[in-house]
Every structure is written in structure tokens, then in C-alpha cells.
Design a protein around this ligand. Sequence first.
Ligand SMILES: C[S@@+](CC[C@H](N)C(=O)[O-])C[C@H]1O[C@@H](n2cnc3c(N)ncnc32)[C@H](O)[C@@H]1O
Length: 339
Amino acid sequence: MPPSTFVNEHNVATIRNLAGLATPMALRVAVTLGLPDRLRGDGAAVEQVATELNVSPVALELLLGHLAALGIIERASTGYRNTDYGATLCSDAGNGLTNFLHLDMAGGRAELAFVELLYSVTTGDAGYSRRYGRDFWADLARYPRLRESFDQQMTHRFREQIPQIVGGYDWGRFSTIVDVGGGHGTLLAAILAAHPRVRGHLVDLEPTATEAGRTFGAHHVEDRAQVTAGSFFDPLPEGAQAYLLCDILHDWGDEHAHRILGRCVEAVRPTGRVLVIEPVGGRRAETEFDLAMLVIFGGRERRVDEFRTLASAHGLVLDTVTDLTDQRCLLEFRLADPS
Ligand SMILES: C[S@@+](CC[C@H](N)C(=O)[O-])C[C@H]1O[C@@H](n2cnc3c(N)ncnc32)[C@H](O)[C@@H]1O
């Protein structure tokens, strides 16, 4: 075979591997069925597992065969069991994979919006709304399990980054910080714990806001932390020195991002700051994540100049950009005319 033919066939095989949907879906279905948890130990017979899960034994064997080909499980004399590699998918592995892959949890359900990528690229709108008939946030409001799993996913993703975010910026210069869309409050709690003179106020939707109150109690900062259950499209608590938007604006297209920034600007003290923490396009953002923002939210990882333009419509000037972590920057805005 001439070398060019070999290279071409290799390229085709590589692209088929990248593009094939069988493996991503097999992993998701395995997690959704709870197979990694069920296949701990010595090995389980296909018929037995199929009966327990109420699925077709013939089809289950096909799924198990593919998972074995991937090295996720292996065949033992007594049936199938996890490999060490596959045990990474167990629900108690503490790595966030279950939420990401489980089709009935927020992360897994949202990933399926990628089926609508063509629609999103054509229109610039969220594929999620087209697939599920309502936007991501309305879906979370409708299904408490989605809301709960999403909030857990948000808390989990910052587990290792919070010390860098707290240590990488001078939060102590503010007397009050409003965390707009602050989720379960783990970041604000860590900032308050590190800076005993700072007071915080978190705004988020219910039931997330109530959970944030519990977080502040658990971190012993509840005497300096207020919670308001409400929307950031409505007026925000007034008069704080800093309004923090952490991973908020990238969830929204420009029209909504303007409304959120407008609420911050009407509430902030004239000499205060609007702080945006996000993966900044072309600087800290990953291309795959960028596409996820598009299909799930109709949002995107904006570039520094896009943030500057967005904010200037509200009289905000970009002062500094700080690289906080491998994935996120902090953009500090002040009012151009603080009078
Ligand atoms: C990507 S999460 C970020 C949470 C938190 N800032 C963090 O970085 O962990 C987006 C947050 O925005 C909140 N959110 C969405 N729509 C909202 C609205 N209309 N008003 C207030 N919060 C909202 C969600 O509940 C969620 O907690």
C-alpha cells in the first residue's frame, strides 16, 4: 500500500473515532443505569443484572461488550466486573463524573443539547431550549433533581480552585461584596472567612439561596453574610462596594448580559467595582467549553474586547484583568464617571 493511502486511512479511522457517538452514549447509559456501582466486586451475570435493572439481557450484553472493549469492565468467570479504570465511574468516586454523564442529572442532560449544535451554530441560540422546550434555568426550576445536581456540580468544580481565587485578588479592600448569582455560596464564604472585615450578600434563585444560607452557617460567617432569594434581572441590593459575577455572563447572550450588568451598575456605589470572573475567550477558555456555553445557554466565553464593549454601554471601564486560575480570569470594572 503506498504511504499516502496508509496515512489517509489512518486519518479516516482517527476522525471516525473522534466523531462516533456510540462510546460517549455507552458511557452515559452505563452511568445512568448505575452499572459501575453494580459491577463492583467479583463479577455479576448478565441475566441477573438485566433482571435487577429491568432491561433487555441481549441489549445489555451488547452494552457490556462495548464497555469491556473500552477497558471499563472486564469479563470474569462469574460475569462482568469493573476494572480499576472503570471504578472511576462509580457514584462515590468523588470526581464529578456521575453528574457529567448521568442522563437525568443537570450536566448529563445538558450535554445532550450538543445534538442541536447545528441549530445553535445556525441561529446563535441555545440548542437546549430547542431540545427540551424550555431553557436551562426553567428546566432546573421545573425538576428539583436537576437543580440539586447542578448546584452540586457548581460546588464541586471549584473545590480545588477556591484557594487560588481567594488568594489571587485583594478582596479585603471591599467592605461589602454582593455575589450576584452566587450559587451555594462556597466562594463568598471562603472570601469572608479569609477577610474578617468584609461583609457579603448573595443573590440567587430558590432553593439555591436557602442552601447558601446553610453554607454560610457551616463556614461560621453567617453574621456577616446576607442572602436574598431573587432574580438578578430585578433590582439588586444597593450600595455595596463590589458586585461579583462569577461564571454568570457567559451563561447569557448579549441582551440578558446587558440586563444583568445594568442591575449591577444601578446598585453599585459610585466608587465601587463590578467584578467578573470567567474563562475569558482566547485567554483562559477551552474551545470545547465555549461550544457548551453556546448549545446549553446561547452564551459564550467572551474575549476581553467583547467584555469591554459590553460594559462600556453601562458606563463601565475595564481597569485590570487578573489571571486567577488555569481556567479563569477576573476583570475589574469601575464607573467611568463616579459622580
Ligand atoms: C454557573 S452558576 C454560577 C454560580 C456561582 N456564581 C459560582 O461561580 O459557583 C450560575 C448561577 O446563576 C444563578 N441564576 C440563574 N438565573 C438567575 C436569575 N435570574 N437570578 C439569580 N440567579 C440566577 C443560578 O441559580 C446559578 O447559581
